[in-house]
Design a protein around this ligand. Structure first.
Ligand code: B12
Ligand code: SF4
Length: 429
């Protein structure tokens, strides 16, 4: 079967830019479409191509006309969901292909994609279920009845069998097809440096109310085998800088320790960026030291809030004291900190001032500020459903308020933009 896997273009709209001319927040995001490389890895026996609209935003029609796939697979985060529907419509119209959508939005809000231009919605880790779908379609079946795959039924609610995700869903014997995006490599950089993506785990054992990661592995945390991670890093020999794209790389400290030792034993001389919780740093500083020796250069930490009641409201299961201790430890060990902070639309001037004072007292190499966003499918969305005034998913970039702001709108975005201006030194990740 001919299968075209499509990465949507850089998507999303910006209220601060459109209403107030504040263009300093909107960013261009690039990195390899690892989800699609992973899916392609398990489609041997079929002719598979990846088309990355973030690299070639205007090339879809030509790619469809040249390849004429029987199946098109599209990945999408929430702010790309409308773009995914557009891609689906173009694919249907130009070559009558069947269309499957998967990824983080499909996994959390599958019903959104229950529309005529889409045939299948794949929920959660898709490596095994997409293969099952492709095999079924290749046999001439209609693709219904597969666990984790919903056949669309516009007009009536989606019905599908839940998939109980386990290690078999990782299909570890089949590595990602990094080769399918080889010609785009020059575009996959971070701060000008070539960057490669590798997974070492799926899902997360925590349950923060704003977070959509639970949908990825049905609430489970599945660590990849050490051999598979080492193999995948080795498949990127020219790339010095590896981002471990797991939501919580050190979610199993024991696994993280074995991986670190295996990286050193394999003599892999890479720099790593990983997402880590602050309580893991505080409980296991020796693990972070060991990883630093294996090449860990930077960590992304979701500090989120600067008071304990705020952390509790987000169900973060962490404290400000632990966050502060982690900052101290990481500085001592010599690891760059990229820190995520969540700005609530309920912020008043005093809250913005407090956050700025916190960052003065606890310097973080690269603070990132997102606006608290009730992403469909999350606990926060269930809590705030009635408050939402903007339902257009183009605005769900985590840089727009989709519930009313307490400050006057323009003032909120002016103060939000100021956070970046006042705190962004020339960071090196
Ligand atoms: C790498 C990454 C990126 C890369 C993506 C590279 C690309 N595709 O071009 C870049 C840097 C471009 C990026 C951008 C953004 N990102 Co981002 N990103 C990630 C990150 C860290 C890893 C994603 C990944 O590669 N995972 C590994 C792969 C293998 O797993 P996967 O994506 O889940 O895919 C599996 C399944 O979902 C499924 N699947 C996925 N797609 C498909 C498609 C089909 C057809 C099928 C069958 C199955 C399937 O099968 C895959 C293999 O098992 C995640 C956090 C995380 N740990 O998941 C955030 C994350 C996905 N990003 C997020 C966000 C918000 C963004 C941005 C809006 C920026 C921002 N504010 O952070 C932009 C959006 C881009 C835009 N403006 O259009 C959020 C999404 C929240 C949401 N619900 O929308 C996440 C979850 C982080 C978070 N803060 O919570 N991102
Ligand atoms: S925010 Fe981080 S720790 Fe919380 S559930 Fe999501 S990935 Fe896990």
């Amino acid at each position: 079967m001919k299968i075209l896997l499509v990465n949507p273009p850089n998507s999303g709209r910006s209220i601060p830019e459109e209403r107030y001319g504040i263009d300093s927040i909107k960013q261009i995001f690039r990195g390899e479409p690892l989800a699609l490389e992973v899916l392609a890895g398990n489609l041997d026996g079929h002719e598979v191509r990846i088309f990355d609209l973030k690299v070639e935003p205007d090339g879809l029609e030509a790619a469809l006309a040249a390849f004429r796939p029987g199946l098109v697979g599209v990945t999408a985060v929430t702010c790309e969901a409308n773009a995914a529907c557009h891609i689906a419509a173009v694919a249907k119209e130009s070559c009558g292909a069947s269309v499957a959508v998967g990824g983080i939005h499909a996994s959390n809000d599958p019903e959104f994609f229950n529309r005529p231009e889409i045939d299948f919605v794949v929920v959660g880790i898709g490596k095994a279920s997409f293969r099952e779908l492709v095999e079924a379609l290749a046999r001439g079946e209609d693709g219904s009845g597969l666990p984790g795959v919903a056949k669309s039924s516009p007009g009536t609610p989606l019905r599908y069998l839940r998939r109980d995700f386990g290690p078999a869903d990782l299909v570890e014997a089949k590595p990602p097809r990094y080769d399918l995006v080889a010609t785009n490599r020059g575009a996959y950089t971070l701060l000008g440096r070539p960057l490669g993506f590798v997974t070492s785990a799926f899902g997360c054992p925590f349950d923060c109310s704003f977070c959509c990661i639970g949908g990825q592995a049905g609430g489970r945390y599945l660590a990849c085998s050490i051999e598979a991670v080492i193999r995948d890093i080795g498949l990127l020999p020219e790339i010095p800088f590896i981002r471990l794209v797991d939501a919580n790389t050190f979610g199993s400290p024991e696994h993280a320790r074995r991986l670190c030792r295996a990286i050193r034993a394999a003599g892999l001389e890479k720099s790593f960026l990983a997402d880590v919780r602050s309580d893991t740093v505080v409980r296991h500083p020796d693990l972070i030291r060991e990883w630093q020796e294996a090449g860990l250069r930077s960590v992304v930490i979701g500090f989120e809030e600067i008071c304990d009641s705020g952390l509790a409201q987000l169900n973060k299961a962490n404290s400000v004291a632990v966050n502060q201790e982690a900052i101290g430890l990481l500085r001592e060990i010599g690891i760059t900190i990229v820190g995520d902070f969540i700005v609530s639309p309920d912020y008043g001037h005093a809250d913005f001032d407090r956050l700025l004072r916190y960052l003065e007292a606890n310097p973080i190499d690269l603070p990132i500020f997102t606006v608290l966003t009730p992403l469909p499918g999350t606990a926060l969305h269930r809590q705030q459903r009635e408050r939402i005034v903007n339902h257009d998913l183009d605005f769900y970039t985590l840089a727009n308020a989709v519930v009313p702001t307490r400050l006057e709108d323009g003032e909120f975005y002016r103060r939000y933009a100021e956070l970046f201006q006042l705190t962004h030194p020339k960071a090196k990740i």
